[in-house]
Design a protein around this ligand. Structure first.
Ligand SMILES: *Cc1c(COP(=O)(O)O)cnc(C)c1O
Length: 862
C-alpha cells in the first residue's frame, strides 16, 4: 500500500530540554563535534541508524527517554551550555569583523546544489560539497554570506547495484517538514512567494525554505506548491534530472527567482541587499539579468545597468569538460524571454550575452558559461592549473590576446576541516596539542608520538572497515531479500592491510576502471603474500550516462571473484555519510583522471586532512601541493599517441608505484610495528597541507581577491545615482565605436649598438593612430621577452610607453602629430642575454577595468 500523503509529526521536547530544538534547528551540528555528542548521548544506536541527524533523532526517540533526560540535571546543564556556545558563536565578532577598511555588508552565493549534511541530500558531487563547505567556512569566519539554491524534492538519486552489477536509481522523496528547514514568512505569517512570468501567460511560483548553516542563511526555492499547475510543481523535482527545457526552468528559477528571494529576505530581516553576487558555476547566471532588469527599473539603460551588475558579480567556473557546461537552444531561451519575465531587458541584448560568436562556436546555442564570463567582471577557476586551462579554453572571448592575458584568475578549492576531519584525530589534536583547529595544530610537535599517530590511523581504518561490511551486508540483503548474509561479508577488508580508496562521480574522464587495465597485475597486488593491498571503490554515474554505468559494472564484476571479494569492493550509494568514514579510513587516496580535466578535485584534500597520502595524476590541486614527501605523483602520458596507449602507460606507472614504493613503505615496520617512514609522511602531510587545504584559506582568498574589490567597484559605480556607471557606459561605447580605426602605425627604435649587449637601453618611439581617442583612453605598451623560434614571445614583460606632450603644438592638440598619429616613447633596459623580441600594442585604459584585456579590444604592431 502506498501513502497518498506524508507528513512528519514533530516530537514535543520537554521544556527543560527546549535547547535541543534550538540546536537541531541550526546545521552547525553537522560539523560541531560537541553538539553531535550531545545528540548521540540520547541514543547512540538510534543516532547511527538514523544517519546522525538530530531532527530525525528527536522525531524517532522514545518520548520516555526524553522525559528521563529532562530530569537529569547534568544532561540539562550540558544541553544548556552547548546552546549558549551556539548563541555566542552566532553573535561574536569573528575574522571578517576584524578586517580593516571597506567590505561588503552582504554577499549572495548562488549554487545549484549544496552538500551540507547527509541529512540534507541536495547535492550530486564535488560542486555541491564545495558549496556546503564554502557556507560553513564563511560562517566560521563571520563572512556575511547568504546562500541561494533550490530545494529538490528527491535530491539526487539513491544508488543500488543489481546482481549483475548494473546501477539502479531510485528517488526517495524528502519531506521538508522532517528536515531542519522553515518556510520564509512575512510578519503576518503568510508564506513568501516568488513568481516568474512564463510563455503563454503562465506563471511559475515558488516558496522559499530557509536553513541555518551556523551564521549563514541558506534560501532554497521550491515549486512543489498548490499554486502551480502539476507540470510546474515538478520544476524542482530532482537535481540535474531532465534535459533542455526542464533544466532551463530550474536555472531561471535559481538565478531570477533566487535574486528576488534574496531581496525579499533582506527587506524582511532589515538587512542591506547584497552588493556582491557570486555564482558557483554557470547554472545561476540568470541572476545577473534579474539585477540588470531591476536597475533598468531604477532608470538606467541596459548598457549602464550592465556595468553595475558586472562590477558586483563574481563567476567561478568549475569544469574544463565541454559536457559540464550548460548550453541551451537559443530559440528556447528566446521564447522564455519574449515574455514579461524581465521587464526592460531586450531579448537580443540578452541573447548576445550567451552567444558563441567566435570561430568554432555554434550560432544556435546559448552558452551559460559565456554569459557567466560576460556578466561577471571577476572570474576564477578552482586550482592554478585549472586557471591556466580556463584561460586557454575561453580565449575566444578575448580575440587577439594571449591566453595569459585572459582575465580569469584562480582560487584553489579547500574543504571544511571540522566537517571532514575524523573526531578521533580531532581528539588527539585537542588532547596533545591543545587545539581542535587542525590547520593551526603543530603536527610536527613531539607531543604527538609516532605511536599515537599510527594508532589513531588504525582506529580510523578499523572504523571504516566495519562500516564497509555493514554497507555490503545491507546491499546484499537488497539483492537477496530475506536471505541470510553470507559469512565472507564479515571478512571483507582487513583492518591491518594497506587500504586504497577511490570514490567520485563516474564521468569517463575520471577513469574509474584504470586500475583494471591489467587485471592480472591488479590481482597480484591485491593478493601479494607480504605486501597486500585492498581497494574500496564508490561513485554514482549520472542516470543518463550508460558508459559510466558500464564502468561501474566492470568494477563490480571484477570484485565478485570469490578470491578477491574480501580485498576489493564497490560500495553503493556514495554520499557524505559514507565519505566521512572512508577518507579517514584509507591509507592512500587514489586519483587518476585524464589530465587536465579534473578542475580541482577535493576528495584527496579531505583524505589528506586525515593523514591519508595521495597517489594521484598531477591534475587539479595536486601539482600545486605535491612535494615528494606527501604522497606520489602518477606520471601522465599527455603526449601518448592515443587514449588506449595513454591508459596503458599511466596504468603501468600506477602498478609500478604501488608495487615498488607504496606497499613496501607501508609494510616497512620498526620493532613496535610502526612504519616510521610512512608515519613521517603522515605527519608532514598534516603539518603542511592542513593550513592550505582547508576552506578557511579559500574563503579568505575569495573575500580579499574577489568579494571586497567587487563590492568596492559596485559601490563606486552606484554612487551619486550611478554616475560612474553612466560615464563608463558612454566611455565604453566610444571606445568600441572608434577602435576599428586604432592602430600602431610605426615603431622606431634606437639606443642599441649593432651588436646589442646586456646593459644597453632600447629607446622606443611608437606612432599610434588613435582615431580621435584621447591618449588617456589607452595604454600603449611594449611587450618584450625571450623570442622563440616561431617568433612567439615567452617570459613576457610589459612596459607602458608615455605619450609625448608637446606644448608648442599649434593645432591645440598637446601631442606631436605625425600623419595624424600620436607619439609614445619609452626605454627598455636589456638586462639579460639571449634571443630578445618585442612588439607594441594598444589596449583600452580605464581604472574601472579590472584587466586591460577585459573589453577584448587590442591593436598590435605589424
Ligand atoms: C568530496 C566529495 C566529492 C567530490 O570529490 P572529487 O574528488 O572532487 O571528485 C563527491 N562526493 C562526495 C560525497 C564527496 O564528499
Amino acid at each position: 500500500m502506498k501513502a497518498i500523503r506524508k507528513f512528519t509529526v514533530r516530537t514535543v521536547v520537554p521544556e527543560a530540554l527546549a535547547a535541543l530544538d534550538e540546536l537541531a534547528g541550526n546545521l552547525r551540528w553537522s560539523w560541531h563535534e560537541p553538539t553531535r555528542q550531545l545528540f548521540e548521548h540520547i541514543s547512540p544506536e538510534l543516532w547511527r541508524e538514523i544517519g546522525t541527524d538530530p531532527v530525525a533523532l528527536l522525531g524517532a526517540v522514545d518520548p520516555a527517554r526524553l522525559v528521563a533526560l529532562a530530569a537529569d540535571h547534568d544532561y540539562v546543564s550540558w544541553v544548556n551550555s552547548i546552546r549558549d556556545g551556539l548563541r555566542s558563536y552566532l553573535q561574536e565578532p569573528r575574522w571578517y569583523q576584524g578586517l580593516e577598511g571597506d567590505k561588503p555588508e552582504s554577499i549572495a552565493y548562488f549554487s545549484p546544489e549544496f552538500g551540507i549534511a547527509a541529512a540534507l541530500p541536495q547535492y550530486s558531487g564535488g560542486l555541491g560539497i564545495l558549496a556546503g563547505d564554502h557556507l560553513k567556512s564563511a560562517s566560521d569566519l563571520g563572512v556575511p554570506l547568504i546562500g541561494v539554491g533550490l530545494f529538490y524534492r528527491a535530491g539526487y538519486f539513491s544508488q543500488a547495484i543489481s546482481p549483475d552489477g548494473w546501477q539502479i536509481e531510485s528517488y526517495p522523496l524528502l519531506d521538508p517538514d522532517g528536515l531542519p528547514l522553515s518556510v520564509l514568512r512575512r510578519a503576518d505569517g503568510s508564506a513568501v512567494q516568488v513568481s516568474l512570468a512564463l510563455p503563454d501567460n503562465r506563471t511559475l511560483h515558488a516558496r522559499v525554505w530557509q536553513a541555518n548553516v551556523g551564521r549563514i542563511r541558506l534560501l532554497m526555492l521550491d515549486t512543489d506548491i498548490p499554486e502551480n499547475t502539476d507540470d510546474l510543481r515538478l520544476v524542482t523535482d530532482r537535481l540535474y534530472g531532465g534535459g533542455g527545457e526542464h533544466r532551463l526552468l530550474q536555472e531561471l528559477l535559481l538565478g531570477i527567482g533566487g535574486a528576488r528571494a534574496v531581496k525579499v529576505w533582506s527587506a524582511l530581516n532589515n538587512r542591506p541587499e547584497p552588493e556582491v553576487f557570486h555564482t558557483n558555476e554557470g547554472h545561476a547566471g540568470f541572476l545577473g539579468l534579474e539585477r540588470i532588469s531591476s536597475l533598468i527599473g531604477d532608470g538606467l539603460s541596459f548598457a549602464e545597468a550592465l556595468q553595475v551588475a558586472r562590477a558586483g558579480t563574481v563567476f567561478t567556473t568549475h569544469t574544463p569538460v565541454a559536457a559540464g557546461i550548460d548550453r541551451f537552444e537559443r530559440s528556447l531561451v528566446r521564447r522564455y524571454f519574449e515574455t514579461d519575465l524581465l521587464p526592460g531587458v531586450g531579448v537580443d541584448e540578452l541573447l548576445a550575452l550567451g552567444a558563441e560568436n567566435y570561430p568554432g562556436g555554434s550560432p544556435d546555442v546559448f552558452n551559460m558559461a559565456l554569459m557567466g564570463l560576460r556578466l561577471g567582471q571577476r572570474a576564477n577557476g578552482v586550482s592554478k592549473l585549472h586557471g591556466e586551462v580556463s584561460r586557454r579554453m575561453f580565449k575566444g572571448l578575448w580575440p587577439g590576446f594571449d591566453a595569459e592575458d585572459v582575465p580569469i584568475d584562480s582560487i584553489t578549492n579547500g574543504v571544511h576541516a571540522p566537517t571532514w576531519t575524523d573526531p578521533s584525530l580531532l581528539h588527539l589534536a585537542e588532547d596533545r596539542l591543545g587545539t581542535s583547529d587542525t590547520s593551526e595544530a603543530d603536527w610536527a610537535s613531539p607531543a604527538i608520538t609516532d605511536d599515537d599517530l599510527w594508532s589513531v590511523r588504525g582506529t580510523m581504518r578499523l572504523q571504516f572497515v566495519e562500516d564497509a561490511r555493514r554497507r555490503i551486508a545491507a546491499a546484499w540483503l537488497v539483492q537477496n531479500p530475506g536471505g541470510i548474509v553470507p559469512g565472507w561479508i564479515g571478512q571483507v577488508f582487513d583492518p591491518k592491510v594497506l587500504t586504497i580508496g577511490f570514490a567520485r562521480r563516474v564521468p569517463t574522464y575520471k577513469r574509474l576502471t584504470l586500475m583494471l587495465h591489467d587485471p592480472e597485475r591488479l590481482r597480484a597486488l591485491l593478493l601479494h603474500p607480504e605486501h597486500p593491498i585492498q581497494i574500496v571503490i564508490a561513485g554514482k554515474s549520472h542516470p543518463a550516462d550508460e558508459e559510466g554505468k558500464r564502468l561501474i559494472q566492470k568494477v563490480v564484476q571484477f570484485a565478485a571473484d570469490p578470491e578477491l571479494r574480501t580485498r576489493i569492493a564497490f560500495l553503493p550509494d556514495y554520499n557524505i555519510g559514507m565519505a566521512q568514514l572512508m577518507y579517514p579510513g584509507t591509507d592512500v587516496w587514489l586519483n587518476n583522471p585524464l589530465r587536465p580535466l579534473e578542475a580541482c578535485g577535493t576528495s584527496g584534500m579531505k583524505a589528506a586532512l586525515n593523514g591519508a597520502l595521495n597517489l594521484s595524476i598531477l591534475d587539479g590541486w595536486w601539482p600545486e601541493y605535491y612535494d615528494g614527501k606527501n604522497g606520489w605523483a602518477i606520471p601522465s602520458a599527455d603526449a601518448a599517441g592515443d587514449s588506449a596507449e595513454r591508459d596503458r602507460i599511466e596504468a603501468d606507472a600506477l602498478y609500478e608505484l604501488i608495487e615498488h614504493h607504496v606497499a613496501p613503505r607501508f609494510y616497512d615496520r620498526n620493532a613496535d610495528g610502526v612504519p616510521e617512514r610512512w608515519v613521517a609522511s603522515i605527519r608532514h602531510t598534516l603539518a603542511t597541507l592542513s593550513p592550505e587545504l582547508n576552506a578557511g584559506r579559500m574563503v579568505r582568498q575569495y573575500v580579499q581577491k574577489l568579494y571586497r574589490p567587487a563590492g568596492a567597484a559596485e559601490a563606486r559605480l552606484s554612487a551619486n545615482n550611478y554616475r560612474a556607471a553612466r560615464e563608463l557606459a558612454v566611455w565604453k561605447g566610444r571606445i568600441v565605436a572608434k577602435w576599428p580605426g586604432v592602430s600602431v602605425a610605426h615603431v622606431e627604435s634606437g639606443g642599441v649598438a649593432a651588436v646589442p649587449k646586456v646593459g644597453d637601453e632600447l629607446h622606443l618611439r611608437a606612432h599610434v593612430q588613435l582615431n580621435g581617442l584621447d591618449p588617456a583612453d589607452v595604454t600603449v605598451e611594449v611587450v618584450y621577452g625571450k623570442s622563440l623560434a616561431n617568433d612567439e614571445l615567452s617570459g613576457v614583460h610589459t612596459l607602458a610607453l608615455e605619450a609625448v606632450v608637446d606644448p608648442d603644438a599649434a593645432d591645440g592638440s598637446d601631442t606631436p602629430e605625425q600623419g595624424g598619429a600620436t607619439l609614445f616613447t619609452g626605454t627598455v633596459a636589456l638586462d639579460r642575454g639571449g634571443a630578445f623580441g618585442y612588439t607594441v600594442r594598444v589596449v583600452p585604459k580605464n581604472d574601472l577595468l579590472v584587466s586591460s584585456a577585459e573589453m577584448g579590444l587590442i591593436a598590435v604592431a605589424g
